[in-house]
Design a protein around this ligand. Structure first.
Ligand SMILES: Nc1ncnc2c1ncn2[C@@H]1O[C@H](COP(=O)(O)OP(=O)(O)O)[C@@H](O)[C@H]1O
Ligand SMILES: [Mg+2]
Length: 339
């Protein structure tokens, strides 16, 4: 069992526009812990920095600052040479993450052999087929011989999941694992991830912009906005009782049959996908204030993480019982908003 700790993670990208060089802070002081058997969902609109966090955890990108540590249950730190086996990614596009020239078996055999889990050819084949059965790809012997283009999108993603398990993954980072799949098969793949997590006691980071599945499949939710985690807490709490104005808008805009007015609300609040126009790292205040329906002068200062419930935090000056806690509710009503 492995716990993954992310502390004060920062990522700056340098961007060039004409002759000018500037820095853009894509991830700004993000901290969280992934523990065995639990799923943390990282939600937020496109461009909020979710994949950059994932790529730093997967060591595909070097952090500008901060720490990422994997620790075994006996308290020892996972050594660098074992880190990549322990921490596995499942990407959004299974087609791009599989090699078109290689069979399914080849994809699984490599990590099995590299990590010393299989010595002989027979053993490798047996373990590969076992993995395919675990991800419900049967008959395994038949699937093992196919190449990626001979599989459906859902089957390809199941192969990608099996490959993540092959080196003995303890931590799985799933970056929008079903957003490119047909709507009708998404739930099957998410249920598979949930079952594997229970069986193997995996620590999972589930990245999505879909609040409904975030709530259903995770224990805790982190809401990211322009590089910062603006709200965090138990999944039900964050979705049913959102406290940050941004989360309220996200929850109100989520597909929900009760939220009849959500589109109008979205429009009224001017909620458009965030661009790269601001540099959050250079902004001393709340990054949401230019879009926030409740912003006041105090928002020019950076809010801290206020505790708004049990294990529930929001990076917002608005607090319960202070009279201005009157933003549109999750169901899209604007009840209680000051005139
Ligand atoms: N290599 C890069 N160079 C410059 N900017 C980048 C790079 N990778 C990502 N970004 C920028 O960082 C921000 C966060 O991107 P990303 O982490 O992919 O967001 P998300 O996954 O939430 O959609 C975006 O504005 C994106 O354009
Ligand atoms: Mg992304």
């Amino acid at each position: 069992m492995t716990t993954l700790e992310v502390r004060d993670l920062v990522k700056d990208f340098s961007i060039r526009s004409g002759l000018r060089h500037s820095r853009f802070r894509a991830v700004d002081n993000v901290s969280f812990t992934l523990t065995p058997g639990r799923t943390v969902a990282l939600v937020g609109e496109s461009g909020s920095g979710k994949s950059t966090v994932a790529r730093m955890i997967a060591r595909l990108e070097r952090p500008t600052a901060g720490r990422i540590t994997a620790t075994r249950s006996d308290g020892t730190r996972v050594a660098d040479r074992d880190y990549r086996d322990h921490v596995q990614m499942v990407f959004q596009d299974p087609f791009a993450s599989l090699n078109p020239f290689h069979t399914v078996e080849h994809h699984l055999a490599r990590p099995l052999k590299l990590h010393g889990r299989a010595k002989t050819r027979e053993e490798t084949r047996r373990l590969a087929e076992e993995l395919l059965e675990r991800v419900n790809l049967t008959p395994a012997a038949d699937i093992a011989r196919r190449r990626p283009h001979e599989l459906s999108g859902g089957q390809r993603q199941r192969v990608a999941i099996a490959r993540a398990l092959a080196p003995g993954a303890r931590v799985v980072i799933a970056d929008e694992p079903v957003s490119m799949l047909d709507v009708s098969i998404r739930l099957g793949v998410l249920n598979l991830l949930a079952r594997l997590q229970r069986e193997d006691d995996l620590a999972v980071l589930y990245i999505t912009h879909d609040l409904a599945t975030a709530r259903h499949f995770s224990d805790d939710i982190l809401v990211m906005y322009r590089g910062r985690v603006v709200e965090r807490g138990p999944a039900d709490e964050v979705i049913l009782n959102p406290r940050h104005p941004y989360t309220k808008i996200l929850a109100a805009a989520a597909p929900n049959p009760d939220a009849r007015d959500r589109d109008r609300l979205r429009e009224a609040l001017g909620l458009e996908p965030a661009g790269n126009s601001t540099l959050p790292g250079d902004d001393p205040g709340c990054t949401f204030r230019d879009r926030c329906p409740s912003a006041t002068d105090v928002c020019a200062r950076m809010p801290e993480d206020f505790e708004v419930g049990y294990d529930h935090y929001a990076k917002c000056w608005l607090r319960p019982g202070e009279g201005r806690d009157a933003l549109p509710a999750a169901d899209g009503t604007a009840a209680g908003r000051p005139a």
